[in-house]
Structures are given as C-alpha cells and as structure tokens.
Design a protein around this ligand. Structure first.
Ligand code: AKG
Ligand code: FE2
Length: 201
C-alpha cells in the first residue's frame, strides 16, 4: 500500500489547545483513502447501534465497557496492520494497535460525548477520518459547558493521549451540516477508523 504524505508543516487550523490532542492532516494519500473505503465497504457491518460499525481484533461491548480475551475476533486485517505499523514507526503510538472500530456516520448521525473506556484501552487513541468532514467537539470533564471544536477532514488523523484522552470528553453532534469559519459544510457519509490497544483483564 502506498505511503501517505505526512504534512507536519501544514498550519494546524483551529486546533484546540488541549494537551495531548494532535491533528495530522493528509495522514494517508487520496488513492489510499479511496482503496480503504472500498475495502471497508466490502466487509459486513454490525447493526447493534444506531450507526453501523465494524469491529476488528476485539469486539467491544458498549454496555459492559470491558474487554476480556474471549472477545478476540481475530488478528487485525492487513490494511489495519499496515496503517497501525505506520503509526508505530512514526512514533505516534508506542505500541502496535490490536483493535480497530470502524464507525459509519450518515448525515445527522453523530456520537454522544464520551471518554473512551479507561480500563479497556491504552493511553493513546487515534482516529483516521474517511469520507465527509465533520466537527468534533471536546468538553473538559469538570466543566461540560465549555466546548472546543475541531474540523476533522478526510485523510486526517486525530490523536488523543494524556489530558485529551482522560480529562476531556469528545463527541460529534448529529447534524446535517457544520458551520466552520462562517462557511456551511454539508455533511455526507463519514467513516472513521479508531485504532486502540486493548488492556486485557
Ligand atoms: O468518529 C470518530 O472519529 C471518533 C469515534 C470515537 O470517538 C470512538 O470510536 O470512540
Ligand atoms: Fe471515542
């Protein structure tokens, strides 16, 4: 698979000042973006939530919020290992991820504000965006009235570690469009890939 371009020199437009939050535009190239979407769409979707999901490596139980060895559903597929090893080789992750959750958002679908399960997953969590852009919102856990927003674009990587991982909630409002710098961005279908390492109990 082709190596994506890694434009660390690009200005980080509208990046909230949250320790441990990083945003990397164009983490993967456009052709890779297209081929990833195709691959994901050739796999079966799970329908247990309002939005469609795919679980690789380990299944995650949204009610129990815990993971044990019996929830292993297999090794990560080649495309996930390829991207995961790039994250590891670039030093974004200090471990190889062993779980990937694919989330699909149609316009008007979002994800409730949350902190990813603390005892289930290692410190660093990354999310690769495909398809439509969207605004992700961040709320400090001790002051949910305060809000910071970040425009997530296709091909980009969002990294949450430290404070951004443990002290801030993140979520995506279920909206038809996002207003970014006064410009209305209509949402289309977005697919995100969340890479994590499971902490087994
Ligand atoms: O769609 C995203 O980028 C984030 C997904 C997410 O927060 C999660 O899977 O926990
Ligand atoms: Fe999350």
């Amino acid at each position: 698979m082709q190596l994506g371009f890694f434009h660390t020199e690009e200005p980080k437009v509208n990046l909230p000042a949250i320790n441990g939050l990083e945003y990397m535009p164009k983490f993967i190239s456009k052709p890779e973006h297209e081929s990833l979407l195709k691959k994901i769409d050739s796999e079966p979707w799970l329908l247990d939530l309002k939005r469609r999901v795919q679980h690789y490596g380990y299944k995650y139980d949204y009610q129990k919020r815990s993971i044990d060895p019996s929830m292993k559903v297999g090794e990560l597929p080649e495309w996930a290992l390829d991207i995961g090893s790039r994250m590891y080789n670039y030093g974004i992750l200090s471990f190889m991820p062993d779980q990937v959750i694919v989330n699909e958002y149609e316009p008007c679908q979002g994800i409730a504000q949350h902190i990813d399960c603390e005892p289930c997953f290692e410190n660093t969590i990354v999310s690769l965006s495909l398809g439509s852009s969207c605004l992700m919102d961040f709320y400090p856990k001790n002051d949910l009235k305060q809000k910071e927003s970040l425009h997530l674009e296709p091909q980009s990587l969002l990294v949450l570690r430290g404070e951004a991982r443990y002290n801030w909630l993140h979520g995506i409002a279920g909206r038809k469009s996002d207003l970014i710098n006064g410009i209305k961005h209509s949402r289309k279908r977005r697919v995100s890939l969340t890479f994590r390492k499971v902490i087994l109990i």
